[in-house]
Design a protein around this ligand. Sequence first.
Ligand code: HEC
Ligand code: HEC
Ligand code: HEC
Ligand code: HEC
Ligand code: HEC
Length: 652
Amino acid sequence: MLLAAALAALAHGQTTATPATSNSASGLRLTFTSLDASNAADVITAPNVWLYTPEGKPATPFLPGGKFNAVWEGVVTVEKQADYGFQTEQNGSLKLEINGQVVLDANTNGVADTPKSTQLNQGANTLKVSFTSPEHGDAFVRLRWQPKGGFFHPIPLDLLTHSGDAPDAARTAALHLGRELFLEYRCAKCHLDAVPGSPVPEIAMDAPSFEAIGSRRNYEWMSRWIQDPKALRPSAHMPKLLRGPKAAEDADAIAAFLASQKSGAATNEPPEPAKDQISSGKGLFETLHCAACHTPPDTDGSEPGKIQLKQVREKFVAGDVIPFLQKPDAHYVWIRMPNFKLSTDEATQLAAYLLAGAEKPKVAAEAAIDRGHKLVQTSGCLNCHALRLENKFAAKRWTDAPPEKWKQGCLAASEGDESSGKAPQFSFTAEERAALQAFVATDRAALTRHVLTEFAVRQTRLLNCRECHGKLENVPAFDILGGKLKPEWSAVFIAGGITNRLRPWLDARMPAFHNHAEDIAQGLAMLNGWPPHTPPEPPIDMEQAKVGQKLVSMAGGLSCVTCHAVGSVPSQIFETAGINFALTSSRLLKPYAQRWMRYPQLIDSSTKMPLYWDDDGKSPLTDIYDGDGARQIDAIWEYLRLGDKIPPPPTP
Ligand code: HEC
Ligand code: HEC
Ligand code: HEC
Ligand code: HEC
Ligand code: HEC
């Protein structure tokens, strides 16, 4: 098969051969072992043989900082028997085994190649990489392969699998889940002694503020919520705190008190929405892809993992919907609802759609307010919610409790019975409870380790990034982002700090996630084996840049500018447009940019960008560098590096 076709087949994921085991999971199993006296170990799933751990930092929350071993195990599946070369960039010592044979054994800070090519069999081939972190410097590994006659690039992710059932993997997965639940459910808000002085950002995770909450939330909805949050939202993180025969009455009193907490300014009721506003709002809901995380307000349906919006009309004081949509984190820093930077018109239309059919809200009885005031102070609400009011609730010192107590209180199997005392009720599933019990029985040092890769994987899952990336047309797949983008640029972009649209032809829009965008961007880069900070680059080679300028032009070049705008010079065709060349070098990592130019379909099989260089890397333009594709790509990159000072290419 021609290299081009073989690569394209890989990119399409057309692997006809069957994987090694029936219960295989994607990615590789990665086992870490600490090399200090603790012998701590952890097992996770890694997308590829990629790793980046800064010197002295822990590789996972369950390992102390310092030297460690890492072992990747799994299967690489290829369609046809063929020869491959392998190459690593690494700092540390590494051994690569294919089908039980050692093919690479290197101890270096740099690049290492297999001395000769390795034959892979049709179908499954076992892959094992053993790595030991270096004495000095950051530990890193990036594995690449090279089909015979091709060029080095990462093994496509869909070719890597591992068997899903290792006994220790189940145990460690439960500990990871337990840690996540501990953070997500804000256990430390009441059991602060469990984690003194932790750098993990979620330890400080807030809950919606109670300041002036009466101007934002309706009394009757709050009363129902306080009685049983999970009944209104299955994914609620707030526990049930009130119990006993007076629970409903107490909740009502608290809601009455909260409803009385109003800001001085009267809330503007939006005018009665016109029919066309409701339908424009519905249209926006679709183009902006709100359904990535929500079920629409005009349906009853509930989907696991999605927040339903039918309740908005009962929950929100009508005048608060527009300000909420424009600034969702105004009263709740850690809210997972992103900011779409909606114009006032857009927010008004969406609000009309969300509020359609709302009834006049009920008003609380004044008499209950005083009792509600006292209950808010004594029920534990103020451990999570902010309000300028003395908090009179405290849980017992937890770390003094003997281990048998760790299955009681908030973790009791039958909540609300004797053994749970006055503990809140979280309504965990049996699996969640077991995970939390297993986790709290450890030394909980994992709560004091903030590991960026782990943080990024977890947060991007909880933030539903993949509901758009990989599902919306022309929006880049999620898995490539960390190996593609400079983390400095990504961080600003994810936080919403880049105002020019990259792809103005798209209807969809990337919403801003303000919270810890930098940690997410750095974590994604490290997950792909890249450092959290892009190393300084050498000065631009102006000779090469000049050649690059000619190469992209329509005057004796490859006419890249038919699709790509250059600064203020627009492209010729908008529909299949590429990104403005002035933006590229601040965004892309050089190896990605070069790989993309060399073979775009290898990264995105559906891209409209043509393939320019043939199997041997030869260019159709033989008068520049004798048609040497690699040198031409280098020259284009030097040209792209001129960034916002990029001169337009010559015209014929
Ligand atoms: C609103 C405050 C609050 C939150 C949040 C909270 N707890 Fe508790 N927890 C309590 C109270 C109150 C008790 C009962 C012990 C007591 O009377 O102080 C308790 C008891 C416990 C106990 C039994 C220990 C003992 O000494 O009896 C465990 C274990 C526990 N909680 C775990 C958790 C976990 C895990 C989380 C997070 C999922 C959590 N708690 C969140 C307030 C809280
Ligand atoms: C990436 C996921 C995501 C996307 C996309 C998203 N939201 Fe949200 N949204 C959330 C989450 C999570 C919450 C719940 C926040 C909380 O209360 O903890 C939320 C809450 C809301 C709420 C308040 C609901 C309530 O019960 O408090 C409204 C209204 C809302 N979103 C509207 C929208 C609209 C309109 C869009 C599209 C423009 C949209 N959302 C897109 C994640 C998302
Ligand atoms: C362990 C932390 C925690 C405790 C304790 C807690 N809450 Fe909450 N509360 C939350 C979180 C988190 C949310 C956001 C929705 C969610 O994810 O459950 C929330 C949401 C709310 C809301 C909706 C606010 C809005 O603006 O949308 C109200 C009202 C509320 N809580 C009232 C109370 C009251 C009253 C108490 C005490 C009886 C209480 N909460 C105790 C964590 C807590
Ligand atoms: C509602 C859909 C949606 C969600 C949810 C979403 N994105 Fe995006 N994202 C987009 C769109 C659309 C673009 C393209 C924007 C453009 O080019 O103007 C984009 C672009 C990006 C880019 C730039 C990629 C490139 O190659 O230019 C990054 C980085 C990114 N998103 C990260 C994330 C992360 C991290 C999350 C989750 C925290 C996330 N996105 C969630 C829609 C979404
Ligand atoms: C037929 C249209 C077309 C032509 C011609 C074209 N490209 Fe592209 N190019 C694209 C598309 C589409 C993308 C992907 C844009 C995206 O990520 O949404 C792209 C992306 C790129 C990127 C990544 C840009 C970034 O910032 O993410 C580079 C670099 C690039 N092209 C270089 C070239 C070069 C060099 C040539 C000429 C040798 C060329 N392109 C010719 C359509 C084209």
